[in-house]
Design a protein around this ligand. Structure first.
Ligand code: NAI
Ligand code: MG
Length: 353
């Protein structure tokens, strides 16, 4: 069956890195002997300029009919003064919500040869290979009420979860752990928060169904320390929305460059949404120097989680590793005085491998 993939390039370097990723997808299809139906849609500041909306309905409709969506990045200083509901970022939050992608997966690993780019000592970084599963559509960021109260003298945010919302994301994490090193760390604040006590209950209940997975509960403040003191002890981490937001940025520094970090947002019935973690990088947009590897690794996640080609995903990751090991660097990865290549050349070298 032909799989439908929608590419949403967005703004800035988003268009540069997705152009290369599209080429990668075409070549993968040829290798696999399959055909994708590749389509493109508008999102972000460019979409606003052309249609008056950062997320045109036409884009949403295309995405809802797809098997997977690849997004570049949105935003840029020329749109910074727009009202909140038409800013480029509204397009990003909008598409996540419309696709109901409740589990955000961020793999964090270190690459041999790139560890010097990280502020942490190389010996701590040896063998780091974890995936953070962040609940993406509930919790503190969405709970109601969320308001100024008592005439502005007080304020309330609400951390609200249904048991079902916790269960579905924790299940995803258990399944991922089963396919990896079978270790699940659930991060909460159960010594203080009632929501965390329910989170912990759900994890313990579900653990009976996954007897091969070793479960560990860690309080979020302790988890923040362990991420930098013994990062290689983690396999799969699952946590609620805000804890995951903070911990995944903390863990991102282990890798060395934001240009190497992919992500997947997956959910129930609709397509998965795949995107590099970085933004539109207006400071380097249009120069042909953006690192395309975060987007290539996002394509690998798409092949693994939405398209059903895990071997092709492994092959992309192996090619990225091989090219890095050969010493090829984009500018963001190069040390001072080290030679580097542009977006297109890096893309060609990985695709040729
Ligand atoms: P950014 O991630 O765009 O850039 C941060 C720094 O990293 C810059 O110096 C940039 O040159 C560098 N960088 C990022 N990706 C790179 C790559 N692939 N290769 C080489 N260098 C790379 O974050 P920033 O500057 O805070 O935001 C810029 C714009 O992007 C803003 O409008 C922001 O709202 C938007 N943004 C969008 C995101 C998305 O679409 N998912 C995520 C984060 C920011
Ligand atoms: Mg964040």
């Amino acid at each position: 069956m032909t799989k439908r993939i929608v590419v949403l390039p967005g703004d800035g370097i988003g268009t540069e890195v997705t152009t290369e990723a599209r080429q990668l997808l075409v070549e993968i299809a040829a290798l696999l002997g399959v055909q994708w139906e590749l389509d493109e849609g508008l999102i972000g500041g460019g979409a606003y300029d052309q249609t008056g909306s950062p997320l045109p309905e036409e884009t949403v409709a295309k995405c809802l009919e797809a098997d997977a969506v690849l997004l570049g990045a949105v935003g840029g200083p020329q749109w910074d003064n727009l009202p909140g509901d038409v800013r480029p970022e509204a397009g990003l939050l909008g598409i996540r919500k419309r696709l109901n992608v409740f589990a955000n997966l961020r793999p964090i690993r270190t690459w041999p040869g790139l560890m010097l780019a990280s502020p942490l000592k190389p010996e701590l970084l040896e063998g780091v290979d974890m995936i953070i599963v962040r609940e993406l559509t509930g919790g503190l960021y969405f709970g109601q009420p969320k308001a100024r109260v008592e005439g502005g003298r007080a304020v309330v945010d609400t951390l609200y979860y249904t048991r079902g919302e916790i269960e579905r994301v924790v299940r995803r994490a258990f399944t991922l752990a089963q396919a990896r090193r079978k270790k699940l760390t659930s991060v909460d604040k159960a010594n203080v928060l009632e929501s965390s006590r329910m989170w912990r209950e759900v994890v313990n209940e579900l653990s009976v169904e996954y007897p091969d997975v070793v479960v560990d509960h860690v309080l979020v403040d302790n988890a923040a320390m362990q991420l930098v003191t013994r990062p290689n002890s983690f396999d799969v981490i699952v946590t609620e929305n805000m804890f995951g937001d903070i911990l995944s940025d903390e863990a991102a520094i282990l890798t060395g460059s934001i240009g190497m970090l992919p992500s997947a947002s997956i959910g129930g019935d609709g397509p998965g949404l795949y995107e590099p973690v970085h933004g539109s990088a207006p400071d380097i947009a249009g120069q042909g120097v953006a690192n395309p590897l975060a987007t290539f690794l996002s394509v690998a996640m798409m092949l693994r989680h939405s398209l059903g080609y895990p071997e092709a995903a492994d092959a992309i990751e192996a090619s990225v590793l091989a090219v890095i090991e050969q010493g090829v660097r984009t500018r963001d990865l190069a040390g001072s005085g080290q030679a580097w290549v542009g977006t297109k050349e890096m893309s060609q070298l990985v695709r040729a491998d």
